[in-house]
Design a protein. Structure first.
Length: 92
């Protein structure tokens, strides 16, 4: 049995997740029934609100979005180099 995922299977799954984040909810990353994609939801939040911690024990929404961006950048870099790229969490 091959340990390698077929390219089309991987690509299809990745495209569904990206579509969910930026266009249409499918229930893989966001809760089913969520009316808007992540990008649509974030576009309704002003900078002041995004800068405040979500709870007393959580980071701000802006920090959490930055976390997602660093993750996506690492994923894209890894895909371009055919290898894993570890996110630089300290720099983020």
């Amino acid at each position: 049995m091959s340990a390698q995922i077929p390219v089309e299977t991987f690509r299809g799954g990745l495209l569904i997740v990206l579509e969910e984040l930026f266009e249409q909810v499918h229930g893989y990353v966001l809760d089913r029934g969520t009316p808007s994609s992540l990008l649509e939801t974030l576009s309704t939040i002003d900078a002041e609100t995004a800068s405040r911690p979500v709870t007393s024990q959580a980071a701000s929404l802006a920090a959490q979005v930055n976390h997602l961006c660093v993750h996506l950048e690492s994923l894209i870099a890894g895909l371009g180099s055919n290898g894993a790229v570890r996110p630089d969490w300290q720099a983020s």
